[in-house]
Design a protein around this ligand. Structure first.
Ligand SMILES: Nc1ncnc2c1ncn2[C@@H]1O[C@H](COP(=O)(O)OP(=O)(O)OP(=O)(O)O)[C@@H](O)[C@H]1O
Length: 539
């Protein structure tokens, strides 16, 4: 069948409509160009008017009269000075043009790479947050990540640093194993090697994931502003503890930074008769900084007490304390350690008896029982090995009395041990050390074994020395960075840090001014530590 031509009006009409459309578009573009300044000015004037209205609404009622008066006076002055109205008009127009200028649109939401990452995260979570019976699943293959993932933030490498995830109410968020599976997926998909903090809101069915910034390693040994009986174990996240301390940062060479003190959140351990955690156990991998923490504690304890050091590792990490005022002994041999611990045990008993007698007589406790005695034991398991090889009793048994009665007698015990020797710690040490620190790249289960609670962030395989977690009694587990307190006798220690530590050390006995020969002999009370070493208490 032959094709009939289209009516003339239809074929020529299309071209005409297209031409009129083109004309209208050109006219609109031209008008927009011509009217653009006017549009800008009117937008700016609108914004200025809104600003003025908000200011007026925010002005208290009693101040409105004077404001109106001064504005009117200003208008009058402008009206009467030469060129005043013209200048005012130009100023207002300029302000309106500035306010009304077109600003580049602010980009919101993740970019293309971020979107792809979030979609991948969403897909990875589908098996965990969906069940086949759910008629309207929040998580389903091919679904939109925006339905369940909110408020994402990314680091410079494009990895998520914050995310809020809504999950269905039937997810078993009360089961640690179910939570751990989801955390593991998020951890793996968001990038390994970073610390993640997961907070489950079981009532709101929401999981928040954040990557807290690494704790700064810039705080070194210094005099901390603390009260007697308070010891700074290290520093934690801002806001995790109710208190802050002014601290001076140091540069990588160990010299004080020029910016002056800043506020940092300390992990403060309180000792003394009212402390609920009178003794401390520090556990770490080799080289994680356990000896450094003991050194830091010794430097803080020495202004107010005496410090007895027993070193099982035989590394000489605490040699800088030997011969200093307030340090009865630094022992590293088995025989020396046993005699020092025997003395400490008897001294604890002597203090207890003296304090009891004073209380019964209605007298204040004698001064020689009030000065705290610190017993720092670095790697006791090494001494236990040596003693067992010799067929001698375990020296850790000598810590039993100081650990059990130390709180009332002003005796504080701090034990540091390596993770692999944890099982060799005596029962007394494990029972009575309620303040705990875990240092180094430990697994979450290891941290939980030491602290009795899970870490608040996912531990990372590589940590700087002195980094870990702390827990005081049944309190929260806190992230911790111990202040750098290196051995000043170590050749690898920088000059700045060496100076900082040496400055905090008390004088050596041989640096003290010599007592003149004619002076009265000074009577040393029983049990009082002397420069020569521990004095056995009278039984
Ligand atoms: N908080 C810290 N800040 C900076 N450096 C530290 C910190 N703690 C330890 N270090 C450094 O790490 C190294 C090992 O520290 P330390 O000897 O205290 O570890 P350790 O756990 O006692 O290991 P080991 O038992 O093998 O001696 C040292 O060079 C020390 O200066």
């Amino acid at each position: 069948m032959a094709r009939r031509p289209l009516p003339r009006i239809l074929s020529s009409g299309t071209a005409q409509i297209a031409r009129s459309r083109e004309f209208a578009r050109t006219a609109a573009d031209g008008a927009a160009d011509v009217l653009h300044p006017l549009i800008t000015l009117s937008r700016g004037l609108r914004e200025l008017t809104g600003l003025a209205r908000r200011k007026w609404a925010g002005t208290p009622k009693e101040k409105r009269g004077p404001t109106l008066f001064f504005t009117g006076a200003g208008v009058l002055v402008v009206a009467f000075i030469p060129y005043g109205p013209l200048t005012a008009l130009i100023t207002v127009m300029a302000a309106a043009a500035w306010k009304g200028r077109a600003r580049p649109p602010v980009e919101t939401g993740p970019d293309e790479a971020g979107t792809a990452r979030l979609q991948a995260l969403y897909e990875a979570l589908v098996p965990y947050f969906s069940v086949p019976e759910d008629p309207a699943p929040l998580f389903c293959h091919g679904g939109q990540w925006q339905t369940a993932l909110h408020d994402p933030a990314f680091d410079t490498a494009g990895r998520p640093t914050a995310l809020r995830i809504t999950y269905p109410a039937y997810f078993t968020d009360g089961e640690p194993a179910a939570r751990a599976r989801v955390e593991q997926v998020l951890h793996t998909k968001s990038g390994r090697g970073r610390e993640y903090r997961f907070v489950w809101d079981e009532e709101g069915n929401e999981l928040s994931m954040t990557v807290p910034p690494a704790l700064p390693t810039t705080v070194a040994a210094q005099r901390f502003v603390t009260a007697p009986g308070e010891t700074v174990l290290g520093f934690t996240d801002a806001g995790a503890v109710p208190r802050t301390l002014p601290v001076l940062d140091t540069d990588p060479a160990g010299n004080p930074a020029a910016d002056g003190p800043r506020d940092a959140a300390p992990v403060i351990w309180r000792t003394g008769p009212r402390s609920a955690e009178p003794h401390l156990l520090v556990v770490g991998e080799p080289g994680s900084g356990t000896s450094t923490l003991l050194r830091s504690i010794a430097l803080q304890a020495l202004p107010h007490g005496d410090v007895l050091v027993v070193e099982g590792g035989g590394t000489g990490d605490h040699a800088c304390l030997a011969g200093r005022v307030g340090v009865p002994a630094v022992e590293s041999s088995l025989a020396g350690a046993v005699s020092a611990l025997e003395w400490a045990s008897q001294e604890t008993e002597r203090r207890l008896i003296a304090a009891n007698q004073a209380r019964q007589a209605g007298l204040p406790t004698p001064p020689d029982t009030r000065r705290p005695l610190w017993i720092l034991v670095d790697r006791p398991s090494a001494l236990s090995h040596l003693a067992a090889a010799d067929g001698r009793p375990d020296p850790q048994e000598l810590l039993r009395i100081p650990l059990r009665h130390g709180r009332a007698a002003g005796v504080v015990v701090v034990v540091a041990e390596q993770t692999d020797c944890l099982d060799e710690l005596g029962e007394a040490v494990r029972t009575h050390t309620r303040a705990r620190v875990a240092l180094g790249p430990l697994r979450a289960e290891q941290v939980e074994t030491v602290l009795g609670g899970p870490p608040p962030t996912t531990p990372v395989p590589h940590t700087p020395p002195g980094r870990g977690y702390a827990r005081l009694g049944t309190g929260p587990v806190l992230r911790l960075q111990v202040p750098a307190t290196p051995d000043p006798y170590d050749d690898a220690t920088g000059d700045g840090l060496r100076e900082a530590v040496l400055e905090l050390l008390p004088e050596r006995h041989d640096e003290l001014p010599q007592v003149p020969a004619a002076a009265e002999p000074v009577e040393i009370p029983a049990g009082q530590p002397t420069a020569a070493g521990p004095v056995p208490a009278e039984s």
